[in-house]
Write a protein that binds this ligand. Structure first.
Ligand code: KG4
Ligand code: ZN
Length: 333
């Protein structure tokens, strides 16, 4: 079965073709980051207009690169939330047209669930039950997955998401957008112990996160010490984020008694997070899996992969499929 995935929830217009849930036929990601950079973050109105302009060329390019034609597509999967509603609408409308004209099944995919499923694209040795740390620009969530399509929410952020904290700190350091990759790079030449930034543990058993206090601490430090090395600020900030992300994921793994840990979302590209999570998992005998960088950040292969699993389980969406700015990850019913 060849599934066409479509992703337009934020500032990437993406499409992909996936055969039998694992074999990558083609994937195209048109990033709008350059358009939004001047504003220091994603501007919803610009995102919507760019998606409109890019979606058809991206779909054509995906088919061309894969050497397939429209009748070869057996199902269509599209992110229908969470995300910017105008942006999501473009992908959902396109998916409905393709599925309707080809008379193939349509499935609306939760964008967060798609991030988790990027792992199943790359790894064929993932065993359940597991916990997944989902860290993106908009979300920081720990999920427990007893099996495919089943989710239990263990904790999430009460304010900023981890990626948002990276982006905001990069902005106040004048490093541009998106901030995660540049902070990650600069931190490699910095001392993570140079500045003692706070860690929000939120209590001994808590699996909730909070990053807004840390962002304020960086802002205050910057005002007080404008000449401090930016590499040291990046490394110290990054370690404060990573400590909490790793610590709470280990807490969740111990509480649920799982042997497998997954990471997903854009922040899962972070070098220091990967290194520290690997060390802690090894120490506890846990198997850690995460996707390669191109599958961590927004792409349509992950949408096609999650959609493939849902279509195989017999799930379908109707042509009335809607989009949602907020869409919690829920177990398949
Ligand atoms: O998953 P994603 O592509 O989009 C959302 O669904 O939000 O994540 C984007 C986020 C941005 O906040 C970006 O700064 C962050 O992921 N990010 C990183 C790294 N690469 C991307 N954060 C830390 N370190 C990185 N290497
Ligand atoms: Zn995303």
């Amino acid at each position: 079965m060849v599934v066409l995935g479509i992703e337009t929830s934020c500032d990437e217009t993406a499409a992909a073709l996936l055969r039998d849930g694992r074999e990558v036929v083609s994937s195209v990601v048109a990033s709008q980051a350059d358009m939004h950079r001047a504003y220091g973050g994603v501007v919803p109105e610009i995102a919507f207009r760019k998606h409109l302009e890019l979606v058809n060329p991206v779909l054509d390019e995906t088919l061309r690169k894969g050497g397939l034609d429209w009748p070869d597509v057996n199902g269509v999967a599209v992110s229908n939330g969470p995300g910017l509603v105008g942006a999501l609408l473009v992908g959902v409308a396109s998916a409905k047209v393709v599925a309707g004209l080809l008379e193939v099944p349509l499935i609306g995919v939760n964008h967060l669930e798609a991030h988790v499923y990027a792992n199943f694209l790359q790894h064929d040795d993932i065993t359940f039950p597991l916990v997944c740390l989902l860290v993106s620009g908009g979300h920081t969530i720990i999920l427990h997955m007893p099996s495919h399509g089943m989710y239990q929410h263990l904790g999430e952020t009460r304010d900023d998401a981890a990626g948002e904290a990276f982006d905001k700190v990069a902005r106040l350091l004048g490093l541009g957008y998106p901030g995660g990759p540049v902070v990650d790079r600069l931190a490699r030449d910095g001392d993570p112990h140079a500045i003692a930034f706070p860690r929000a543990w939120m209590g001994e058993d808590s699996l909730e996160f909070s990053f807004s206090g840390l962002k304020t601490a960086v802002r205050n430090f910057r005002k007080k010490s404008p000449d401090a090395r930016v590499e040291d600020v990046c490394a110290s900030f990054q370690d404060a984020v990573v400590d909490v992300l790793v610590g709470k994921t280990m807490r969740a793994a111990a509480r649920m008694g799982v042997r497998t840990v997954l990471m997903a979302g854009g922040v899962a590209c972070n070098g220091r997070l990967r290194e520290r999570m690997q060390e802690d998992c090894e120490r506890r005998g846990l198997a850690l899996r995460y996707p390669r960088p191109g599958l961590c950040t927004d792409n349509a292969l992950m949408v096609a992969c999650a959609g493939h699993h849902q279509l195989m389980a017999g799930q379908r969406s109707g042509l009335e499929l809607d989009c949602f700015p907020v869409l919690p990850v829920k177990s398949a019913s």
